[in-house]
Design a protein around this ligand. Structure first.
Ligand code: SIN
Ligand code: FE2
Length: 221
């Protein structure tokens, strides 16, 4: 991937320790953007978990994913032997996924706007739970109907290395450290870029202990 593609990137801004870093065409990391809301986010995640517990999904190839997942919003991302899809119901309970907490919707909208994507209204939030050693291999987010909307990805707890590649699986990914409170937003020319998470290192986070939690907001329907 060449770096001439970076022409239309949003200008960095700096508000009270927050700043944004361009990581690709139409892609930024908003450092510390979620920090002030971390406690409220953790509480909201606990409420979602109480209704729709984290579980290890199985890939279409029959492998159990090491990252535990749940969802909230009108659509939830699920995987099983039949493939990947969005489902309005939690397959474990047969009930609709929990509603998206207001603190989630607000944060996702504000982060998208700060990254140059105003008017983002997510209908799906995938919640990923990592423990040390777990990883998410390179993939594209391509099950969404509307590829005009960006992806907004919030990191909480233990730091991780976000792998951000290019349009082709073979593009060598950049390794970007994402810490508690950071938000990655990508869309437009990088909407279908390959990405993943390197194996999580050991650690002990003051708010989340030995966990990393990730919220991935999308407009899926
Ligand atoms: C994802 O690609 O769905 C999650 C990425 C992350 O955990 O930061
Ligand atoms: Fe993804």
């Amino acid at each position: 991937m060449t770096f001439d593609l970076f022409d239309n990137l949003p200008e960095p801004d700096s508000r009270g320790g927050e700043h944004s870093e361009a990581i690709g065409p139409g892609a930024v990391v908003l450092r510390g953007f979620a920090l002030s809301r971390a406690l409220a986010l953790r509480q909201a995640i606990e409420q979602v978990h109480a209704q729709a517990p984290f579980r290890h999904l199985v890939t279409p190839g029959g492998f159990r994913m090491s990252v535990a997942m749940t969802n909230c919003g009108t659509l939830g991302w699920v995987s099983d032997e039949r493939g990947y899809r969005y489902d309005p119901n939690d397959p474990d309970s047969g009930r609709p996924w929990p509603a998206m907490p207001a603190v989630f919707v607000e944060l996702a909208r504000e982060a998208a706007a700060a990254a140059g994507y105003p008017g983002f209204v997510p209908d799906a939030c995938l919640i990923n739970r990592y423990t040390p050693g777990t990883r998410l291999s390179l993939h594209q987010d391509r099950n969404e109907r509307d590829l005009h909307a960006p992806i907004v990805s919030v990191s909480l707890g233990l730091p991780a290395v976000f792998l951000f590649g290019g349009a082709r699986r073979a593009d060598r990914p950049a390794r970007i450290r994402v810490a508690h409170g950071d938000i990655v937003v990508w869309g437009g020319p990088s909407r279908l870029f390959y990405h993943g998470i390197a194996p999580l290192a050991d650690g002990d986070h003051p708010l989340l202990g030995t966990l990393r939690l990730n919220l991935t907001f999308r407009k899926a329907g």
